[in-house]
Write a protein that binds this ligand. Sequence first.
Ligand code: GLN
Length: 236
Amino acid sequence: TDSTDTADGGVLRMGTNATFPPYEFTDENGEVAGIDAEIAAAVAEKLGMELDITDMAFESLIPALQAGTIDIVLAGMTVDPERADQVNFTDSYATGVQVVIVPENSDIAPVEQEDGSLAVDLTGKTIGVQTGTTGDLYCTDDYGQENVKQFDNGPLAVAALVNGQIDCVVIDQEPAKNYVAANEGLKILDTAYANEDYAAAISKDNTELLEQVNAAMQELKDDGTLQSIIDKYITA
Ligand code: GLN
């Protein structure tokens, strides 16, 4: 295949938000590293393309795809029907879980439901989220915008939690583990707020790239590369 047709002269321009370890973070050399960067590098190699990563706000990623300033998003992005109206998602390459971070001494706790399952009720609490994420969308739907405080990224939300400005943070599980490890006095509640699929996003105008990336990802799944990248960063 002639990859130069697809992504601006053989360069695969990826957008991400590098405040989301272990999927993406800035390493000691100032480079974007992590699961998504490694998967994208493996996909680019299969397509004979050079990978170029741009770090931006999470909520800018879909607009950047639509504007054509990037070709692909890998950002621990959850497949979501509203987003799927705006962009195409590749096949899923990972799963995610929305969790609740609270101070160790918080009165927020999972409560047993009639069916025996555990659920957490955040009514009356001030909930911190990263703007435009599924955590933001779910909490705004469930508890109303007035109870949700938006932050540009996860670490800023967690800092507000540490400072007592908010009561909890709803965010993806693996970044949550990193944030809790980096701060004293926080814990993750045992109940999952939601289970999700992560996929790469591509402009609706670029179905050729979508097919190429899906084919490359399938090869990386089949030969074990994808799982080995994930296992490097996430211990079960
Ligand atoms: N998985 C969440 C979402 O897609 C958060 C992603 C992120 O913050 N990078 O909204």
